[in-house]
Design a protein around this ligand. Structure first.
Ligand code: C2O
Length: 511
């Protein structure tokens, strides 16, 4: 369908309230259900799966340091409404219930039993549970650095379908002390969750049944190596608009798309003031003209509309395949600076925000050399892997609790993979190009240039890093405060599902 842009108002996510307090700990309940929601003025309501019947799910906005509990329950149908490829779990040799779910708080410093391990899945009403299922009520301590997190489904083999169906929402750990900065707040602080989708004419979600040129051997349905929707949604509306006052606003943006990366800019030519990354505030604000966001990355931004009263500003994306004039994904949303100022704008862009340690390698216990690799499966399909290993292969990364490691990620494929590590926030050390052709011929890594430090707006804490093809991306982190089973993976959901995800285990030497 040809959908007119900027005809729907940007929806603002509703804040979830606890059901009750249990000895000072807020207790929430969230249900996954099938429901229908209008995503554009001219679209019939779309069948979705979401948390508490909304897409995106309800917004968690919790104070730093206050533990909460959440019971996530599954009231979804027994059959999926998107094309379900069962062959990608062939290797595991078990019968999986078709619809299984588990929730991961992305970027959260979470104990293993509450982290949403892919095999800790559960079905409707916890009827069946996966081998790693431990408990129904998850616990989040919120004691890490205050940050913009998000939550989404993480069930083994079907994360791409569950998230595409709508199982994603945002989660803010709020620092009460941040008030002292006088950042734009209240109605001037707006979370934005970006996704791309493709619609059928009847308003239903389209997701491909097979890759573009299936061979005779390709299963039907089959997982696809990537998915790019032709329509951009913000907070669950297609190309929405937002009416703003000529003043400063704070936007917390998450890229919740399956595969699509964005490079955002404003057609007014003005810059964003980026104040935070995945893991919280930067050292100081960084001016960025083009804001790159791989899947799962977040940016905390201030936008100043004070010079633009009466004008209309477009938030654009210059990473669409722009060669195709029919491609509309160069537009994201519209700001209309039409509201009268409700009062003097006393908010500020502070000069300094937070202290970020300079990464130093003198405490490093281990350096792990890991490759991002491509292979071919028995159906002739691309199979993307971490260090040539599949999900089911035994654990190979076993950092000790409390130690610091460098993970050196050599991307031997031709494209960027956003690599996400659970439990921790890391710092990016550098990226260094190597000769990919030579590597493909000989397996040798020969550098073709010097290492470059991360971009200024990447010099904070991160849990997802763009690892470009033909480069080695190095990150450093301390594995704490929990020991146990976690995962790391490519956050392109089509890759994560097949089979670019690996377990890692934090070992407590005292146990
Ligand atoms: Cu946002 Cu393991 O994922």
């Amino acid at each position: 369908p040809n959908l007119e842009k900027f005809v729907d108002r940007l929806p603002l996510a509703e804040k979830i309230r606890p059901v009750r307090e249990e000895g000072g700990i807020a207790y929430y309940e969230v249900t996954m259900e099938e429901f229908w929601q209008k995503l554009h003025r001219d679209l019939r309501p779309t069948r979705l799966w979401g948390y508490n019947r909304s897409f995106p799910g309800p917004l968690f906005d919790v104070p730093h340091g206050k533990k909460i509990r959440v019971k996530w329950t599954n009231h979804l149908p027994q059959r999926h409404f998107l094309p379900m490829d069962t062959t990608i779990l062939d290797e595991m040799g078990t019968d999986f219930p078709e619809v299984r779910t588990v929730v991961h708080l992305h970027g959260g410093e979470t104990e293993p039993d509450s982290d949403g391990y892919p095999e800790a899945w559960f079905t409707r009403d916890f009827n069946k549970t996966g081998p790693d299922f431990k408990k129904e009520v998850y616990e989040y301590t919120n004691s890490q650095r205050p940050a913009t997190l998000w939550y989404h489904d993480h069930a083994i083999g079907i994360t791409r379908l569950n998230v595409y169906a709508g199982l994603a929402g945002m989660y803010i750990i709020r620092d009460p002390k941040e008030k002292a900065f006088h950042l734009p707040s209240g109605k001037y602080e707006i979370p934005l969750l970006l996704t791309d989708r493709t619609f059928n004419n009847d308003g239903s979600l389209f997701y491909p049944r097979q890759p573009q040129n299936p061979g005779p051997e390709t299963p039907d349905p089959s997982v696809v190596p990537f998915f790019l929707g032709d329509t951009i949604l913000v907070n669950g509306k297609v190309w929405p608009y937002l009416e703003v006052e000529p003043r400063k606003y704070r936007f917390r943006i998450v890229n919740a798309s399956n595969t699509r990366a964005y490079r955002l800019y404003l057609d007014s030519g003005q810059a964003f003031y980026q104040i935070g990354t995945d893991g919280g505030l930067l050292r100081r604000p960084v001016q960025v003209e083009n804001l790159a966001l791989e899947p799962a990355e977040r940016a905390d931004l201030i936008l100043d509309f004070s010079e633009y009263a009466g004008q209309t500003i477009l938030l654009k994306n210059d990473l669409g395949p722009n060669a195709d004039p029919a491609d509309q994904t160069g537009d994201v949303m519209q700001f209309r600076v039409v509201l009268p100022v409700a009062g003097e704008d006393t908010s500020r862009i502070p000069r300094s925000l937070s202290s970020i340690p300079v990464p130093s390698s003198h405490n490093v216990s281990a350096i792990r050399h890991l490759k991002l690799t491509g292979a071919t499966d028995s159906y002739g399909r691309p199979l993307l892997l971490l260090d040539k290993k599949r999900w089911m292969d035994p654990v190979t990364e076993t950092p000790r609790l409390g130690t610091t490691e460098i993970w050196s990620l050599a991307n031997t494929t031709a494209f960027t993979h956003p690599i996400h590590i659970h439990l921790i926030q890391f710092q990016i050390l550098d990226r260094r190009p190597f000769d990919l052709d030579l590597y493909n011929e000989t397996g040798q890594i020969v550098y073709t240039g010097p290492a470059t430090p991360p971009e200024p707006n990447e010099r904070g804490f991160k849990d997802t890093v763009a690892a470009p093809g033909g480069q080695i991306t190095r990150v450093m982190m301390r594995f704490s405060p929990y020991a146990g089973d976690y995962v790391w993976h490519c956050h392109i959901l089509e890759h994560e599902d097949y089979d670019m995800m690996r377990p890692f285990q934090v070992i407590d030497p005292d146990l």
